[in-house]
Design a protein around this ligand. Structure first.
Ligand code: AMP
Ligand code: ZN
Length: 140
């Protein structure tokens, strides 16, 4: 079990900081976000300390991903929401504050405080294909 002694979510996993849990497995827990965007906002985290989603071993990422449909169904049903957002912030630039990988599961209603969509851009020429080639090369 990998752990960072200064990490708030590692302390929650260990029971050293209280949390209100809604789901637990041998490798993951989900608990209520203490400062929710909207009521019912839940966080899903691996028990092991990994900073970003990109750092997770494939099998652990697959396990956490396998829990999401049930968690989303529970959050949406309990809050009588009309939909949901599932968000993972990666790095400070993307809004990550707690450096222990986590999925936000957020129930959505048409009259809530969250604004979507993000602005959408366009590619010119063959820029999209060039970016795709760069990404494929980077994954090789
Ligand atoms: P992020 O900005 O993606 O790193 O999100 C971190 C989230 O963790 C925020 O939504 C916080 O409200 C939440 N959070 C921080 N500390 C706690 C805690 N002790 N218990 C529950 N949620 C927390
Ligand atoms: Zn941690």
């Amino acid at each position: 079990m990998s752990r960072d002694p200064d990490c708030v979510f590692c302390k929650i996993v260990a029971g050293e900081i209280p949390s209100t849990r809604v789901l637990e497995t041998d490798r993951a827990i989900a608990f209520m976000d203490v400062n929710p965007i909207v009521p019912g906002h839940v966080l899903l985290v691996p028990r092991d300390h990994h900073v970003q989603l990109a750092d997770l071993p494939d099998e652990l990422a697959a396990h956490l991903g396998s829990l999401l449909p049930r968690l989303i169904r529970g959050v949406v049903a309990a809050t009588e929401a009309l939909g949901s957002n599932v968000v993972v912030n990666g790095g400070r630039v993307a809004g990550q504050v707690v450096d222990h990988c986590h999925w936000h599961v957020i129930p959505r209603r048409s009259d809530d405080v969250i604004r979507w969509p993000w602005p959408q851009g366009v590619y010119s020429g063959d820029a999209m294909a060039q970016w795709a080639a760069e990404i494929i090369a980077a994954m090789a």
